[in-house]
Structures are given as C-alpha cells and as structure tokens.
Design a protein around this ligand. Structure first.
Ligand SMILES: [Zn+2]
Ligand SMILES: [Zn+2]
Length: 72
C-alpha cells in the first residue's frame, strides 16, 4: 500500500495524490477543494443546522440559505 493513494474529483475529474481527497457529506463521493464547500445542512435527528462539506453537484439541490444570484 502506498501512503498516498490517488483520488479523483467526481465533479471535474481532477486527479491527485496530494492528500486523501475529501468526500461530500451527501453523496459520499470524493471532490476537490474547488468543488467542496461548507453548507448548512439540517440535522435529520435534532433539526438544527450543521456545516457540512457538500460538493457542487449536491449543493445545487439544496434550498437557498440566504445566498442568491448563483452563477449561470
Ligand atoms: Zn473538482
Ligand atoms: Zn455530493
């Protein structure tokens, strides 16, 4: 086993061996820094909002939380 296994962003296809890559909290797929952002997600059990790493694919399906004017 190598210490750095390659990973690829599922959004843009970027491949890297730098670090381990980070997974989206919703679809559990790996994405690069550019395609992950912290978004407030409602905790299903307790109903409060938590900041989670969400990929840009999943973020499109989230309700707006005050942010408006997304880029085309
Ligand atoms: Zn990417
Ligand atoms: Zn996702």
């Amino acid at each position: 086993m190598n210490e750095n296994s390659p990973w690829a962003c599922h959004v843009c296809g970027l491949k890297s061996t730098n670090g381990t890559g980070r997974a989206c909290a919703l679809c559990y797929q790996i994405a690069c820094e550019a395609h992950l952002a912290h978004r407030p997600l409602r905790n299903a059990e307790f109903g409060h909002l938590e900041l989670k790493l969400v990929c840009s694919d999943c973020a499109q399906g989230l309700p707006d939380n005050g942010e408006s004017g997304t880029a085309p």
